[in-house]
Design a protein around this ligand. Structure first.
Ligand code: TRP
Ligand code: SF4
Length: 333
């Protein structure tokens, strides 16, 4: 039997190239090697956006559409929405009982989120009881399917550590070996920076979305930072100091293309505008089939809805089995 993996993404709307290269591409590969449970973490989105829910439904759909367009296959992986599997909430209650308060207070990811919220909203009241429970809820997501591993980015590793601690503690308290201690499955994908050279993020307005049109993509690429020391287009350029454009070439171009760009740039035979125009074309070519599929699902929202509901039903069947065992182990009525 294949090992089981679980991973989730918060529903924060349409996904960008950073998500695609850093996470989704990896999931597309992993779906053939593991039994996969991939979900949209809408409760986790509520931990910080409980008062901004107007777009929540569409945001959830948009994440799923990006997944489907990118090649995650609902016939292979189970795709679901966290809140459509309410068993997770019950498991969350049990796990919250066995989790020492100082474990969540120590969580470095949570500390970062709290810091950002404080500077943004200027009020401690923005940090809700639910947000404090973020790492426990995440443990419930993972333990609900007794996953062996969790594909995540490096920023989530601390959360997986807490999950392992909670699983071990549960096993100790109830004298069982029921729960696995899930491992973080780190991907070695290339990290893509934003158009301005900083971390790519939607709130920094330096991202390119999977859902962007070819025109928008081409326009955005033209704003990518190049070699800042270069004044005229026939000046010799320095690909290694070309902060964004050349890095994108290395991600999206073939080896030969990258070699050609490097050579022509260093000899002053290639202007930055032309270079980025060509880069835009290459990127658009790569994403053309994904975008075409995306347009299909956008035009068939009822099909997306069906995939979400069927996946969630499938996930619930598994979740109920585990929950029944857990209730038994604890000694519930
Ligand atoms: N915290 C994750 C993020 O922000 C999302 C997430 C929620 C998750 N539950 C999970 C990831 C369970 C992996 C497993 O990206
Ligand atoms: Fe960068 Fe291309 Fe300009 Fe060279 S020509 S500095 S690689 S954008």
């Amino acid at each position: 039997m294949k090992d089981r993996i679980v991973t989730g993404m918060r529903s924060t709307g349409k996904l960008h190239f950073g998500h695609y290269l850093g996470v989704i591409q990896n999931l597309v590969k992993l779906q053939h090697e593991y039994e996969c449970f991939f979900f949209v973490a809408d409760w986790h989105a509520l931990t910080t956006k409980y008062d901004k829910t107007e777009t929540l439904r569409q945001d959830i759909k948009d994440v799923v559409i990006d997944w489907l367009a990118s090649g995650i296959d609902p016939n292979i992986a189970t795709i679901y929405v966290q809140s459509l599997v309410p068993e997770i909430a019950e498991l969350n209650v049990y796990l919250s009982m066995v989790t020492p308060q100082n474990w969540v207070e120590r969580d470095p990811c949570l500390k970062d989120m709290a810091k950002i919220l404080r500077t943004k909203e200027g009020a401690n009241s923005q940090i809700s009881y639910g947000l404090m429970g973020y790492p426990v809820l995440m443990s419930a997501d993972i333990m609900m399917f007794n996953a062996a591993a969790v594909p995540v980015g490096i920023d989530q590793v601390a959360h997986i550590e807490i999950t392992r601690d909670i699983a071990r503690r549960f096993n100790n308290i109830y004298k069982t070996d029921f729960f696995n201690e899930p491992k973080a499955l780190l991907n070695n994908c290339s990290l893509i920076c934003g158009l301005d050279g900083n971390k790519m993020g939607k709130s920094f307005q330096n991202d390119i979305k999977i859902s962007d049109t070819e025109e928008v993509t081409a326009k955005k690429i033209m704003t990518a930072i190049t070699d800042r020391s270069r004044m005229r287009k026939d000046d010799p350029g320095h690909p290694n100091e070309c902060e964004v454009a050349f890095k994108y070439w290395e991600i999206f171009g073939t080896q030969e293309q990258v070699q050609t760009v490097r050579c022509e740039c260093e000899k002053g035979l290639r202007g930055c505008a032309d270079c980025k125009r060509e880069l835009g074309r290459i990127i658009n070519e790569k994403f053309a089939p994904i975008r075409e599929k995306r347009r299909y699902y956008e035009a068939h929202p009822e099909e997306v809805d069906r995939i979400i509901r069927e996946g969630s039903q499938k996930a619930r069947v598994e979740a109920r089995k585990i929950l029944e065992e857990v209730r038994n182990i604890i000694g519930m009525y």
